[in-house]
Design a protein around this ligand. Structure first.
Ligand code: VGL
Ligand code: ZN
Length: 197
């Protein structure tokens, strides 16, 4: 068995119902992700949580030429992880979108507080396989999964633990097809949490 890590993408207040950039049903990813995090942690595996962590004046935001209303500004309550998300104490946090010029959609563009990239963290733990869930299917999950595949990781997308923005109605469906076409497996969370899977 190759060591597995769980990557929880951007389960933050601003992406959940009531937040500044709420993803429809965004909070519904939390129960399966809590089960996955407990399962991985119990086996000594690694849990990584990425967070969108923008400066107020980033070009990612509409008022500075970008696509999005203000969300996940560094240090605000909207940028905090959703209170129902249960991260093990050992979880590693990766912050992304921290510059003023970039969107930072992929967790592989982010850094830990001590300056390591996600790839460096995963390599240090000998991780070969990633379970991925979170928000949003058509942006940060998509970008993170495609980057993981480029880095050579085996990737399992947790199909019931993702939700999309869908600026166009079929964006999430297309993103899933794209991830699959690049080699990701699409598996419901509870089927992925088996020692033979
Ligand atoms: C995201 C839109 C803008 C995401 C981040 O986490 O998927 N989407 N910023
Ligand atoms: Zn963002």
């Amino acid at each position: 068995m190759h060591p597995t890590a769980l990557l929880i993408v951007d389960v933050q207040n601003d992406f959940c119902p009531g937040g500044a950039l709420a993803v429809p049903e965004g909070d519904q990813v939390i129960p399966p992700l809590n089960r996955a995090a407990a399962w991985v942690a119990q086996r000594g595996g690694l849990v990584v949580a990425s967070r969108d962590w923008h400066p107020r004046n980033t070009r990612h935001f509409k008022e500075f030429g970008g696509l999005w209303q203000v969300h996940c500004v560094q240090g605000t309550s909207g940028a905090a992880f959703h209170p129902d998300l249960r991260l093990p104490d050992s979880a590693i946090v990766v912050s992304k979108g921290t510059g003023t010029e970039d969107d930072g959609y992929s967790a592989f563009e982010g850094h830990t507080d001590d300056g390591r990239t996600l790839h460096e963290v995963l390599q240090a733990h000998g991780i070969r396989r990633l379970l991925v869930g979170g928000l949003a299917t058509d942006y940060c999950v998509r970008a993170s999964v495609l980057d993981a595949l480029k880095h050579g990781y085996e990737v399992v997308v947790l199909t019931d633990a993702i939700r999309g923005v869908n600026l166009q109605p079929d964006d999430s469906a297309r993103a899933l097809q794209e991830m699959q076409a690049h080699g990701a497996r699409l598996v419901p969370t509870d089927d992925s949490l088996r020692d033979d899977n």
